[in-house]
Design a protein around this ligand. Structure first.
Ligand code: NIG
Ligand code: FE
Length: 416
């Protein structure tokens, strides 16, 4: 007889394990592995059992959670946020609704540069407090693993401060945090007339420091007209890669600058946004196995076209969904709502949207061995939803039917 479970969740009305090899592609995205009357057993923070409840109903367990009539999914994975940030850009929301574009506001010193000012001025403690709040928001929407990044410092000390805050957040919280260096988010005002000197600073000073201190897993670039050119992006991503940082990109968000093809060329884990991606770019990403991380919350919030999600799926490209949680283009921590926009805006089926916020999102972060599915040996990250089946997650919309969240085998959040 094996040791008692630390936690036994069961019986479960509808257990969706998402247990499959990553990434999940094309036709296979239409099917979800579901066990009716299932159970999940946890030991030492990892999944020790996932299967029928009848096989473990009498097993000893130190704690139990009944999920009759409920749906259990893996902890959700958000593969693109801009935590930590602070400041108030609500006036920009009004300007955008009056017809100013996102990039107009950025060029006029608002946008990313407005948040940059707030982040530069903030103490590490204030920035951490705001990051905690955002992480708690994600947790209350079922997110147990999320990507987070720098990119609002745009100078050595403030970029490092953001990444240190992410280290603090990861060490104190229940969720898993995957850090990205995004020094190439925007050219800061000091370098406005000499952007290549800022690229030099990134490649020669910041990237080596970030790599030496192990502060980030990924190096990201905002490859866009008005931000960084294709050539500058390539240079930064390859410099990061040579130092052990995995490339990822903000690509083809507003204009097709060839960012999708660049992602394939440099072996990026993911290219994100992609509303304007070309057919050739999509094919190149599929061929190279680059994850298309789509951000329908950004299309919704900026009132822009949605990315060509069906073309990515049909091309055999891995597809993930993320909040893009940031104070300018998508201010939300509600990943289920983003998945709902994946269904109603991008035209994904509920099954496809759920793979995109679990296993494929973990793949986008190179976390698929540890997260993204309820699989024996992976982290015991679970979400319990007060709905009888996963389709009901999309049936009433803009609700939060979350009942409880388990992070690494411990209950980290409960609805009140
Ligand atoms: O992913 N596109 C660039 N960066 C962010 C927005 C950041 C901001 O507006 O503060 C994005 O949408
Ligand atoms: Fe972003």
């Amino acid at each position: 007889m094996s040791d008692a479970f630390d936690l036994l969740v069961g019986p479960i009305g509808c257990l969706v394990t998402c247990d499959a090899p990553a990434p999940r592609l094309a036709e296979a995205l239409k099917e979800l592995p579901v066990i009716a009357g299932g159970a999940v057993g946890v030991r030492d923070g990892v999944v020790a059992y996932a299967g029928p409840y009848s096989d473990v109903s009498d097993a000893p367990a130190k704690a139990r959670l009944d999920a009759s009539g409920r749906t259990v999914l893996p902890g959700l994975v958000d593969p693109h946020t801009h935590i930590p940030f602070l400041g108030d850009r609500s006036s920009e929301l009004v300007m955008r609704l009056q017809g100013k574009t996102y990039m107009d506001i950025g060029r006029a010193g608002g946008g990313i540069l407005s948040t940059m000012g707030a982040v530069r001025r903030a103490t590490r403690e204030d920035l951490l407090a705001s990051a905690r709040k955002a992480a708690a928001g994600l947790l209350s929407h079922g997110v147990t693993t999320f990507e987070a990044k720098s990119g609002y410092g745009l100078e050595v000390d403030a970029e490092i401060k953001q990444l240190e805050v992410l280290q603090d957040l990861a060490s104190e919280g229940a969720q898993s945090v995957v850090p990205t260096f995004l020094g190439a988010h925007f050219v800061p005002p000091e370098f406005r007339d000499r952007p290549d000197d800022y690229v030099d600073l990134l490649c020669d000073v910041l990237l080596p420091e970030v790599a030496r201190r192990g502060l980030a897993r990924f190096c990201d670039v905002f490859c866009e007209e008005g931000a960084f050119t294709l050539q500058q992006s390539r240079r930064i991503l390859l410099a990061g890669k040579a130092l052990g940082l995995i490339p990822r990109l903000h690509a083809d968000e507003i204009v097709d600058t060839g960012g999708a093809a660049l992602a394939a060329e440099v072996g990026a884990a993911s290219a994100d946004h992609l509303m304007a991606a070309s057919g050739d770019g999509i094919a190149a990403m599929a061929e190279a196995g680059v994850c298309a991380t789509l951000l329908p919350g950004t299309s919704f919030y900026l009132r822009k076209a949605y990315a060509p999600a069906r073309a990515f799926v049909d091309a055999g490209c891995p597809v993930a969904l993320a909040t893009d949680c940031n104070p300018g283009s998508s201010y939300t921590t509600n990943l289920l709502h983003v998945a709902t926009l994946g269904v109603f805006g991008l035209g994904l089926m509920p099954e496809e949207a759920l793979w995109a916020v679990t296993l494929n999102a973990a793949y986008a972060l190179r976390e698929q061995e540890r997260a993204g599915s309820i699989t024996v040996g992976k982290r015991a990250d679970l979400t319990l939803w007060d709905v009888p089946s996963y389709v009901h997650l999309f049936y009433p919309y803009a609700e939060n039917p979350l009942a409880a969240v388990v992070c690494r085998g411990r209950v980290a959040w409960r609805s009140t």
